[in-house]
Design a protein around this ligand. Structure first.
Ligand code: CTP
Ligand code: MG
Length: 250
């Protein structure tokens, strides 16, 4: 994406909130997921750099594990980050939704566009970040990056006990399905309204906006924006970093 359509730093009014307060239960025992290293650098630092790589982003709010705010501040100080970007660290909550809310509560006035980006998606390319911001700038109140699915998806009646067979209820047409990633981008007022009025558990921010009846649009996501969830994802993430390093070398 060319720089022409992006604002100069003085006009930038986009903030990114990074929920990073999860434990990473599915990754197995160890430090909170966002603090685990990928090729020697904490996942959170990769995610912060991915947001700060966009020239439009002038503030990053990191929502840290509640017992890890001091450690996160130390990490941010210890790693090279763009000088044009400001950083704020706040403690997170018991759910992702609550953590995002605490991040939004810490946003100063003047940021009209807000990105919400999982620390667990450390490798999202800057072009994807810019495409999301661009779509919000163009007037969409809520924007999600998404990719088509490789697997066919079945809706089932979930079993009461693990290991039991599960009856299939339906098979949605795969061509109409998308796997949704982050950063998700919002008009700030819309996102605040969603977080104030939706109380049931959701797994992303856009679905709260959908519940308000406000339209949400999809822009192309990227395969490198995958979420580090299970141990195999760590292997994939380090392979992506190794490939980038190789490509940078030539
Ligand atoms: N998150 C958060 N606060 C929580 C739970 C999750 O800020 N109470 C964040 C995670 O740190 C992560 C993002 O939300 O960056 C997406 O959540 P997920 O991938 O589910 O991470 P975890 O909840 O840490 O992992 P798990 O569900 O396996 O425990
Ligand atoms: Mg989780």
């Amino acid at each position: 994406m060319s720089d022409v359509s992006l604002p100069s730093p003085s006009e930038a009014r986009t903030a990114a909130v990074i929920p990073a307060a999860g434990r990473g239960v599915r990754l197995g025992p160890g430090a909170p997921k966002a603090l685990r290293a990928l090729n020697g650098t904490p996942m959170l630092i990769h995610a912060v750099r991915a947001m700060a790589a966009s020239r439009a982003v002038s503030l990053v709010v990191v929502v840290a594990p509640p017992d890890g705010t001091a450690e996160v501040k130390t990490l941010l100080d210890a790693h090279a980050l763009p000088e044009r970007t400001d950083f704020v660290v706040v403690p997170g909550g018991d759910s992702r939704q609550e953590s995002v809310k605490y991040g939004l509560d810490a946003l100063p006035p003047g940021f009209d566009i807000v990105l919400v980006h999982d620390a667990a998606r450390p490798l999202v390319p800057v072009d994807t970040v810019d495409a999301v911001i661009e779509a919000v700038r163009d007037g969409a109140p809520a924007v999600v990056p998404a990719v088509p699915l490789a697997d066919t998806v079945k809706e089932v009646e979930p079993a009461a006990l693990a290991g039991q067979s599960e009856p299939v209820v339906a098979t949605p047409e795969r061509a109409r399905l998308r796997a949704v990633q982050t950063p998700q981008g919002f008009d700030r007022a819309t996102l605040l309204r969603a977080h104030e009025s939706v109380t049931e558990d959701v797994t992303d921010d856009a679905s709260m906006v959908e519940q308000l009846g406000v339209p949400v649009v999809v822009v192309p996501g990227h395969e490198e924006a995958f979420k580090v969830t299970r141990p195999l994802d760590l292997v994939l993430a380090e392979a992506v970093l190794a490939r980038r390093r190789l490509n940078d070398g030539f």
